[in-house]
Design a protein around this ligand. Structure first.
Ligand SMILES: Nc1nc2c(ncn2[C@@H]2O[C@H](COP(=O)(O)OP(=O)(O)OP(=O)(O)O)[C@@H](O)[C@H]2O)c(=O)[nH]1
Length: 493
């Protein structure tokens, strides 16, 4: 009787007659080497022979909160090429995270700095070149702190240096709402470039009104070094008037005695804005940050009417003036990575506050020390200079800025444009015959020219509605809350 040869028998025969492996190590080849995880997953999914060992491959380090102990920090992941030829194994060498001893000694005042070090420090830290910074940019320390410090031996002091900021450059930016002056600041507390967008078009005028003090940066107008030329000053923005091939007048350093009392005009309008990549750059309508930035610039640029002192004379009008301080505190200070994760938690049904807490953050991790220093540098909100009108609904922001010593004379509410429209509809009452067309017309009217979100229309939608309600209900924002959405509002979207 003929013997049937099965495929298994042939495989066995192949195995027994095959030449032995030249390198013994090959018979124990690592099973996770050069495997494409996706290919493997597909093979596992399609075949019935799944053993528990399939689940033990650890293709990726665990995805956890980067702050959790032992967790892989995905912000440092640079990617890898699947299937790329494996070179020799990397040698890991120990690199100390501690600053060199000389630097540590210098920080605790244990040794005098050598001339060479001093030179190097100046080269890397632009703030060092600003020893002639006016006192107004340095925050005054409360006397009680120095008393406590005096009792502590120098070697044990861990106090961080006093905040110093410096305006590195300024330039004119034409915006859909009028001209602005963009100021870029460096500071000695973080490595971020915070900004101030100053609206003060009167500075471009040939005959500015002497009763209206220009909003200018003290640190920018200071003379930075003896060797600085006029061309250097103009290039970094320390000029007056409008810069052109025919007009190049360097500014003078700020003189305290030159402060103009501005009691006769309303205080400048100020907005402290925190960076929001999603809302400002890609037009996310999960929040209204892009719209808020645009609305702030628009409101600040509105001309100001000043009532006349004599009964018969008409009111005079001056150009709008104020500033947006743009702080690089993405995601209320938790950073873009955490904010993106928070959005996923929000899609699971949690609100913006709970999502932050679930990721181990506070609801709001922002600080306003740098904002306070920037405003002081611009001469705004100081005791001897002008007070400010602050554009915000956020009570915490008002308190934090007052703590920084900012003189706030008025809070101006920041009402989302979609809520302004709903309010108009609610108060105007009668519903027009062709509602859809009416809303379209209104949106068209609100749309302004502008290449980006600045100058754009209103943000709206279901996600934004939830976000705004959470701000009012859980973060105490001072906004009148509307009842739940109506059919009429749905048409606005
Ligand atoms: N963590 C987190 N941050 C968000 C979220 N949506 C917007 N942000 C950030 O919130 C900041 C803007 O803060 P807002 O709360 O809108 O404004 P505010 O400054 O507190 O208050 P107002 O002055 O009244 O507008 C920006 O940094 C945004 O990136 C969110 O869902 N989660």
């Amino acid at each position: 009787m003929p013997v049937a040869i099965s495929p298994n028998d042939l495989s066995l025969l192949d195995l027994l007659t095959a030449s032995p492996p030249s390198n013994k190590k090959l018979s124990h080849r690592r099973r996770d080497a050069e495997l494409d995880p996706l290919l493997l997953a597909a093979a596992i999914a399609s075949g019935p022979h799944i053993t528990r060992n399939h689940y033990h491959h650890d293709f990726f380090p665990p995805v956890m909160d980067p702050k959790a102990q032992g967790a892989y920090d995905w912000t440092r992941w640079t990617g890898e090429e699947v299937g790329a030829a494996q070179g020799p194994r990397k040698k890991y060498t120990y690199v100390s995270r501690q600053a060199p001893r000389s630097k540590r000694l210098q920080a605790i005042g244990g040794k005098e700095e050598s001339k060479e070090n001093e030179f190097q420090r100046e080269a890397v830290d632009p703030l060092r070149a600003a020893d002639n910074l006016p006192a107004s940019t340095k925050k005054q320390r409360a006397p009680s702190t120095s008393v406590i410090n005096a009792a502590v031996p120098p070697a044990t002091r861990t106090e961080s240096p006093e905040l110093e900021i410096k305006c590195m450059a300024r330039t004119r930016i034409p915006t859909p709402h009028g001209p602005a002056f963009l100021h870029l600041y460096h500071n000695n507390k973080d490595s971020k470039e915070h900004l101030a967008i100053v609206m003060d078009p009167a500075q471009l005028s040939d005959a500015p009104n002497p009763a209206v003090p220009p909003i200018r940066s003290r640190s920018l107008d200071a003379i930075w070094s003896e060797s600085e030329t006029e061309a250097d000053r103009i290039t970094r923005g320390a000029y007056v008037g409008r810069l052109s091939p025919h007009s190049q007048t360097p500014s003078q350093p700020f003189a305290e005695h030159a402060v103009v009392s501005a009691d006769s005009i309303p205080s400048p309008l100020i907005r402290i804005h925190s960076e929001c990549f999603t809302g400002e750059t890609i037009g996310s309508m999960r929040c209204d940050c892009g719209e808020q930035l645009d609305e702030a610039i628009r409101l600040i640029s509105q001309p100001i009417s000043i009532p006349s002192t004599t009964p018969d004379a008409p009111p005079t009008t001056i150009p709008g003036r104020g500033a947006v301080v743009y702080l690089r505190q993405e995601g209320r200070g938790i950073g873009l990575l955490s904010k993106i994760r928070a959005y996923n938690l929000q899609d699971l049904g949690h609100d913006t506050v709970t999502a932050n807490l679930m990721l181990g953050h506070k609801a709001d991790e922002r600080g306003y020390e740098i904002a306070g220093a920037i405003l002081r540098d611009l001469g705004l909100g100081t005791e001897c200079g002008e007070g400010v009108r602050l554009l915000t609904n956020n009570p915490d922001k008002v308190l934090a800025l007052e703590k920084e010593g900012l003189r706030i004379v008025e809070r101006v509410p920041m009402i989302p444009r979609s809520w302004q429209r709903r309010h108009r509809h609610a108060t105007e009452g009668a519903v027009p015959v062709n509602v859809a067309m009416d809303v379209e017309d209104e949106l068209e009217k609100e749309r302004r020219s502008g290449a980006t979100l600045i100058g754009g229309g209103a943000a709206h939608g279901e996600d934004l509605e939830k976000y705004l309600r959470t701000k009012v209900l859980r973060m105490g924002h001072m906004l009148p809350l509307f009842p739940e959405r109506t059919d009429r509002d749905a048409l606005d979207d």
